[in-house]
Design a protein around this ligand. Structure first.
Ligand SMILES: [Zn+2]
Length: 154
């Protein structure tokens, strides 16, 4: 990708990169104080799901399963939301948002947990500048967990 693409750049930046294989990478979301908020994306600048090739599809799914497994093993995480919008950046990417128990406690409604409401609320409430220490520590921890998970599942 010759033009400015935030996802292409994130996949090249090493400080928040968690893991990658030949075709897919996973990095920690920046500028948010929510340890475990990850992004999965093909290394190629792919815009549509239909443009993913078979190895990318298979690897993306493998990373998604691994992200869910690793994040659910974290402290207080009860669900992992997977979302793909492509509104701000067209490069196909999947937000892996760790929904914790305290988020649900704070924002539960009579009908239950409002997942989209929680996502929108905490993306704003926890936004920050740069990479806070708790996220930096989580990056190191997740690198080990993903490395172990990828070795087991290869
Ligand atoms: Zn890109």
């Amino acid at each position: 990708m010759g033009q400015h693409c935030p996802v292409c750049e994130e996949l090249e930046v090493a400080d928040r990169l968690i893991a990658r294989d030949r075709v897919i990478g996973v990095y920690h979301m920046g500028n948010i104080a929510l340890p475990g908020y990850l992004v999965l994306a093909p290394l190629r600048h792919v815009v549509r799901w239909g443009d993913l090739d078979r190895p990318e599809k298979e690897s993306l799914e493998r990373f998604r399963v691994l992200a869910e497994s690793v994040l659910l093993g974290g402290d207080g995480v009860r669900k992992v939301y997977f979302m793909s919008f492509g509104e701000v950046c067209p490069h196909l990417h999947v937000h892996c948002f760790p929904r914790t128990r305290w988020m649900a406690d704070d924002l539960s409604e009579r009908e239950g947990v409002d997942g989209p409401g929680i996502f929108v609320h905490y993306r704003k409430a926890l936004s920050c500048s740069g990479t806070p220490p708790e996220v930096r520590a989580m990056v190191l921890s997740l690198r080990k967990a993903f490395q172990n998970g990828l070795e087991i599942r290869v």
